[in-house]
Design a protein. Structure first.
Length: 116
């Protein structure tokens, strides 16, 4: 019988970290990273755990470090209808906030470009 392979302590830690997945998330599905938007209106789609979203915790988006805008819930996703945006590169962030306005979860920054 061949000898049993053992992992080094460092390899064990790396394997444990890699196998762990975040329990909750907020992700901007659309627009995708680097997408070019060519129309005057665009609807963003945000994925977030419905278990964290209710009347006191809601999903919002901020565009180009601007104000937070509430999203609407439909078909298991959160949606934001965006229009009147200038032709330039944009940075979008989504979050779940609590009743006091504190951020519970936040997405990574999504970059896109509009040409309209």
């Amino acid at each position: 019988m061949p000898p049993k392979k053992t992992l080094t302590k460092k390899a064990e830690i790396v394997a444990k970290v890699v196998s762990q997945k975040p329990k909750y998330y907020v992700v901007i599905d659309c627009p995708v990273q680097g997408e070019t938007i060519t129309s005057p209106h665009y609807t963003m789609r945000i994925g977030a755990p419905l278990s964290l979203c209710h009347e006191n915790n809601w999903v919002e988006v901020a565009i180009d470090n601007g104000n937070w805008n509430p999203c609407r819930l439909a078909a298991g996703y959160f949606w934001f209808d965006w229009s009147n945006y200038p032709a330039m590169e944009h940075k979008i962030v989504a979050r779940i906030r609590d009743q006091q306005g504190n951020t519970v979860l936040k997405s990574e920054v999504r970059k896109c470009k509009s040409t309209y």
